[in-house]
Design a protein around this ligand. Structure first.
Ligand code: NI
Length: 192
C-alpha cells in the first residue's frame, strides 16, 4: 500500500528540483542527492553492495512481498518494460527490488517472490539497520501500520521506480501513473 501523504511529503521535500515531463521525472538530475552505498543480502543469500551493480544501469524499486496491490503492479510494470527492451539494452540494466520489510522478507521469501515476476529481477533484503540505511539513501518513506481489524501489520511506503546510472547518479523517476510505454521510451532515450 502506498500512503498518499508520503508522496506529498516526498514532493514537498523536492520542490524546485527537476520538472516532470509526462508522468515521469526525467530531466537533468545532476546533483540530486538520491542513492548511495549499501550493504544488503540478495535473494540467493549472498551479501552484496552497490559495487556489485556498478557495471550497469539499475531500475530500483522499494516495497515488500506482502504488499496487496501497488508493489505487484509496479514490479509487473518493471518486468514488462524490461521485456520490451532490446537484448542489448537488457544487458545494460539490473532490476533491483529492495524490501522495506526485512523482518518478514527473508531470503527464501524474496527468492520465491521475485521468481513470480522476471528471472532477471534481483531481490534484496537485509537486517533492519541495513534496510534503514538504504531507505535513507533513496529517501524512501516506509512505516509499519496496523489497526485492530488487521491480523498482521502492513507497510505504508512511497512508490517510485528509480533509474540509476552505473555510478549511482539518478537519471529518472517513474511514478505509479507512468505507463509502461513511457518508461520504455525514456529508457531507450537514456541509453542512446
Ligand atoms: Ni507496496
Amino acid at each position: 500500500m502506498v500512503a498518499v501523504a508520503a508522496i506529498q511529503i516526498y514532493f514537498a521535500r523536492h520542490q524546485g528540483e527537476p520538472q516532470a515531463s509526462g508522468t515521469a521525472i526525467t530531466g537533468d538530475m545532476a546533483g540530486v542527492p538520491i542513492g548511495g552505498p549499501f550493504t544488503l543480502v540478495n535473494h540467493e543469500g549472498e551479501m552484496v553492495t552497490e559495487q556489485d551493480y556498478a557495471d550497469k544501469h539499475k531500475l530500483i524499486y522499494f516495497g515488500f512481498t506482502y504488499c496487496p496491490a501497488i508493489c505487484p503492479t509496479e514490479l509487473q510494470k518493471i518486468s514488462e518494460a524490461y521485456a520490451q527492451l532490446s537484448e542489448d539494452l537488457q544487458d545494460q540494466l539490473y532490476l533491483l527490488f529492495i524490501s522495506v520489510d526485512p523482518e518478514r522478507d527473508t531470503v527464501p521469501v524474496m527468492a520465491e517472490y521475485v521468481s513470480l515476476f522476471h528471472p532477471d529481477l534481483i531481490g534484496l533484503t537485509g537486517s533492519v539497520e541495513q534496510v534503514e540505511a538504504v531507505k535513507q539513501q533513496y529517501r524512501v518513506y516506509a512505516a509499519k501500520f496496523q489497526d485492530d481489524s488487521m491480523s498482521d501489520y502492513t507497510v505504508d511506503h512511497s512508490s517510485f521506480i528509480y533509474l540509476m546510472s552505473p555510478d549511482n547518479t539518478l537519471r529518472s523517476i517513474y511514478k505509479i501513473e507512468t505507463p509502461v510505454e513511457e518508461m520504455v521510451a525514456d529508457l531507450q532515450a537514456k541509453f542512446n
